[in-house]
Design a protein around this ligand. Structure first.
Ligand code: BES
Ligand code: MN
Ligand code: ZN
Length: 461
């Protein structure tokens, strides 16, 4: 889909039908021969907020696609959206462009018949100006990378092994300033990453450790490090997931995918910051060599971990990656992971869970969530929960060793906190946003979150 900018002075030709779009929706679409269009004349958008702007725009695309429109014309003016003024005009246009592109996305790689219909063009009729141009360019860059993220996450597990994810990372970042380094199993083992090696043992598709280094800032500036969970398929390990609980576990690398995509967006935007992406990539399989409940792993940090549940694998690989992050002396570490089913129980599917001991960061992440559209909501990381990470024979255990069936998202976060000491750190459990829900007005499958948030963090923090 192309977004074309047109000046407001231009008179619409006969090919278009003028339809006033009511604030409620965009149902009034008309076909007119081959070229059909929806023209949104500045309506009463006084109630539209940043949140509803996103779904309004996506709804337009959905309606256009449902009606097989090839081209739509949107006549919009920033001043008609008084409740969308808080982040400025450039943000407004960026958000418009971004959501047009996100709503247009469908995952069709595995359809045998290629679709012959596409919404090929959205003409944005505006009063012109730098804010429109910059905003649309920004939103387009970010959204294209979000869709790259969705492609990675939507790819079936058999076609997205750790080695393939590593190759895709190189391909995606090729031609940018970002440097990609792939560590294979031998190098991972040499580093002493017992968590990554341990989880990877149950699969013939061996682990990779993906490192992306983007240095757009001053040499002396400390980087932000993003750590993304890259479980290319999560069977649950020997404690195998039952029935449909295993379905969609090819998306257990969504955190890693969003790190790859956000670094690509950051590089393409040429942000003047230093940013590192780390993705431990493994398949959690059930082979003969798979880790067994009761096994004790020695992590890169030197800590020993009781594996009390083979399905709590994400925290084991993240622990090593978080420890590895230390060498960059980061000003901030953020890990992004489809870590717990419990997070969906806790907050449903409309926000990413954030956890940090730093209140200022918690507030900043909530605000940036609103601004970016990747909404976040906090859970605690209080010392009261530390008892649930006590080890039996090892130092700590990967799930609570005693009577705690509650608060699974928090105990997972507490586990990670053992490996982030003295670093500024935010944990994002993105499991609630791994897949879209109907009201998102996005295609079924991966949402591409929290890519927008990660870009925003780099821009603003
Ligand atoms: N990848 C899953 C979490 C998950 C579940 C993400 C559903 C998205 C949707 C994770 O590795 C996992 O299996 N977690 C377990 C932890 C449990 C064994 C303590 C879970 O949530 O059941
Ligand atoms: Mn698991
Ligand atoms: Zn998992």
């Amino acid at each position: 889909m192309q977004i074309k900018l047109e000046k407001k002075t231009k008179k619409f030709g006969g090919a278009y039908t003028n339809i006033v779009c009511k604030e409620k929706g965009v149902e009034q679409l008309v076909r007119e021969g081959k070229t059909v269009s929806l023209e949104v004349v500045a309506g009463k958008f006084s109630k539209v907020t940043p949140r509803t702007l996103r779904t309004l725009i996506r709804g337009m695309v959905q309606s256009a696609k449902k009606n097989k429109l090839e081209k739509i014309v949107l006549e919009l003016s920033f001043t008609d959206f008084p409740k969308c003024s808080e982040y400025g005009e450039e943000w407004f246009w960026s958000t418009v462009a971004e959501n047009l592109i996100l709503a247009d996305y469908e995952y069709t790689s595995y359809k045998s018949k290629k679709p012959h219909y596409a919404l090929s063009e959205v003409a944005l009729v505006t009063d012109g100006g730098k804010a429109v141009q910059n905003g649309v360019a920004h939103g387009t860059t970010v959204a294209v990378e979000i869709n790259v993220c969705r492609n990675l996450a939507n790819t079936p597990g058999s076609d997205m092994t750790p080695a393939i994810l590593a190759e895709k990372t190189k391909a995606i970042l090729k031609g940018t300033k970002a440097v990609v380094t792939i560590l294979d199993e031998k190098k991972i083992e040499k580093l002493g990453m017992g968590g990554v090696i341990g989880v990877g043992k149950g699969s013939k598709h061996k682990p990779r450790f993906i490192i992306i280094e983007y240095r757009g800032g001053k040499k002396t500036e400390k980087p932000i490090v993003f750590v993304g969970k890259g479980v290319t398929f999560d069977t649950g390990g020997l404690q195998i997931k039952p029935g449909m609980a295993m379905y969609e576990m090819h998306m257990d690398m969504s955190g890693g995918a969003s790190v790859i995509a956000s670094l690509s967006a950051i590089a393409k935007l040429g942000l003047k910051k230093n940013v590192i992406g780390l993705i431990p990539a493994v398949e959690n399989g059930v082979g003969d060599d798979a880790i067994r409940p009761g096994d004790v792993l020695t992590m890169m940090s030197g800590a020993t971990v009781d594996v009390l549940h083979t399905d709590a694998e994400g925290r084991l690989i993240l622990a090593d990656a978080l420890h590895y992050a230390r060498k960059y002396e980061p000003k901030l570490v953020v890990d992004i992971a489809t870590l717990t089913g419990a997070s969906l129980v806790a907050i449903g599917q409309h926000a990413n869970v954030i956890m940090t001991k730093d209140r200022a960061l918690e507030d900043a992440f909530r605000d940036l969530g609103e601004e970016s559209g990747d909404y976040t909501f906090p859970l605690p990381l209080w010392d009261e929960y530390k008892q649930y990470t006590k080890g039996v024979h090892g130092d700590i255990s990967n799930i609570p060793s005693s009577d705690s069936k509650y608060g699974g998202t928090i105990t997972a976060g507490m586990f990670l906190s053992h490996f982030t000491k003295k670093m500024k750190w935010v944990h994002i459990d993105m499991a609630p946003r791994m897949t879209s829900v109907g009201s998102d007005k996005l295609a079924k499958g991966a949402t591409g979150e929290p890519t927008r948030l990660l870009v925003k963090i780099v821009e603003k923090l």
